[in-house]
Design a protein around this ligand. Structure first.
Ligand code: PNW
Length: 440
């Protein structure tokens, strides 16, 4: 790597991130069914109809994976807790074996000197709650508060940080408007409701954790830099619309207790009644904000109904996701979130990384594109830090190759290669370089 710890302040933290459904293996340990199992079983939704039943089998290989983290030399590990593993029916009976797993995970991290950063929800909703309307049902605020209570009564005394929900945009918009994630809807009314309820649930969960006396609570949003396809006013408007529902809606609800008026022009008629009354719950103070950033999108106007735009192909080099590599976007969002929304709160890059088609040969994996990507993005984080933006950490997505949702297992985001037949782990060149950069 071109950077080392010495380039950053003493208290700057490096980490990696994963999520429960993507690595654990959901078909074991008494976990209940989730809407991702259903979504993946429906033909056409997921490449090769792959699901998270086995994934990386992290559930049975916890110690091996924690040792990999230790070998990497990270300060923090960002993981998520599976709602259906803890409460198989979403509410009611607790699966003690599931809670025990997260207990062992947290203790295993602490024993290795790594800070546990918990996310309560990273996308796998228990099927029984999905059957009741999932994120479109306002009751999810209560359900999620109860889930928060059960998990944090158990591990809340030892986690270093906690965030309720990973990426409200993906939970609400990608899943209910674009149909690309479970539950796979394409329905503007369901979308508007989910967009609001996901923030309501965030606020309810923060309230529960405060009552438990927990500290260092945050919110994690994802961002994509929107570029108009040309100089026309129509293209500028389309890019602004995209920026509104993607980048501004959630952060504005969380930190400014309002939704952007241009987004409400499209979604307003579909919002839940009296949604404004929830802003005090949604916008209650948090201690940090997480930024997930991967790419930019080139936006062109279309004639269709709201949002009347489409993504078009851009000219920059791409990753295996077909995502353009655009490191300046990370700097842009650190600055913009700090100046426009969080105003001095600590920021963490809670996800950044790339997929590549890595292969093991002679026991080694040469993933130079990942090394370059990390270098270029960490350089923008450093630029932001040097300018006084309070960015306090960088967590790479991901520790190991895993289930990349609707794209299945061939998009490899890991520092560690996983053979999904034998489940053997092989640290890639990027892992070895990262370990050197983080060495003390
Ligand atoms: C993140 N998009 O989500 C997630 O938090 C991870 O679970 C996931 O593995 C990672 O990115 C890589 O995809 C996103 O299409 C997924 O705009 C897709 C999009 C954005 C974020």
């Amino acid at each position: 790597m071109k950077f080392s710890r010495a380039d950053f302040p003493e208290d700057f933290l490096f980490g990696t991130a994963t999520s429960s459904y993507q690595i654990e293996g959901h078909g074991q340990g008494g976990a209940g069914q989730t809407h991702w199992d259903t979504f993946a079983a429906t033909p056409g939704n997921v490449a090769r109809a792959e699901n998270g039943r086995i994934a990386c089998d992290h559930y049975n290989r916890l110690d091996e994976d924690l040792d990999l983290l230790k070998g990497l030399g990270v300060d923090v590990y960002r993981f998520s807790t599976s709602w259906a593993r803890v409460l198989p029916e979403g509410r009611g009976p607790v699966n003690e074996e599931g809670l025990d797993f997260y207990d062992r995970l947290v203790d295993g991290l602490l024993e290795r000197g790594i800070k546990p950063a918990a996310t309560l929800y990273h996308w796998e909703l228990p099927s029984q709650l999905a059957d009741r309307g999932g994120w479109t049902n306002r009751d999810i605020g209560d359900w999620f508060a109860d889930f928060t209570q059960v998990v944090m009564e158990r591990i809340g005394d030892r986690v270093w940080s906690a965030a309720p929900i990973n990426e409200p945009w993906c939970v609400a918009f990608m899943s209910h408007f674009l149909g690309l994630q479970a539950p796979g809807l394409r329905d503007i009314r369901a979308t508007a409701r989910a967009m609001h309820h996901v923030l309501l649930a965030h606020g309810r969960s923060i309230g529960v954790m405060r009552d438990l006396g927990m500290k260092n609570l945050g919110a994690v949003c994802n961002f994509e830099y929107a570029i108009p396809v040309d100089d026309s006013p129509e293209a500028a408007k389309a890019a602004r619309t995209y920026d509104g529902y993607y980048n501004r809606f959630f952060i504005s609800g969380l930190f400014n207790k309002s939704y952007p008026s241009d987004v409400l022009e499209g979604l307003g008629p579909h919002m839940p009644e009296n949604y404004q009354d929830d802003f005090d719950i949604i916008g209650q103070p948090v201690d940090w904000c997480g930024i997930n950033y991967y790419t930019r999108k080139i936006i062109a106007p279309t004639d269709g109904p709201w949002p009347a735009l489409e993504e078009v192909e851009g000219p920059l080099p791409k990753t295996a996701m077909d995502w353009e590599i655009y490191p300046d976007g990370l700097y842009h969002f650190l600055k913009r979130v700090h100046e426009g929304y969080t105003r001095g709160l600590p920021l963490y890059v809670t996800e950044n990384g790339l997929a590549s088609y890595d292969k093991v040969s002679g026991g080694e994996v040469h993933d130079q594109q990942r090394i370059d990507y990390i270098n270029d993005h960490v350089a923008r984080v450093k630029r932001a830090a040097d300018e006084g933006i309070p960015v306090k950490g960088y967590y790479l997505w991901s520790l190991m190759d895993n289930y990349e949702w609707s794209l299945g297992y061939d998009k490899r985001f890991g520092l560690v290669h996983v053979d999904f037949q034998s489940l053997k782990r092989t640290p890639k060149a990027s892992y070895h370089q990262m370990a050197k950069a983080l060495g003390r």
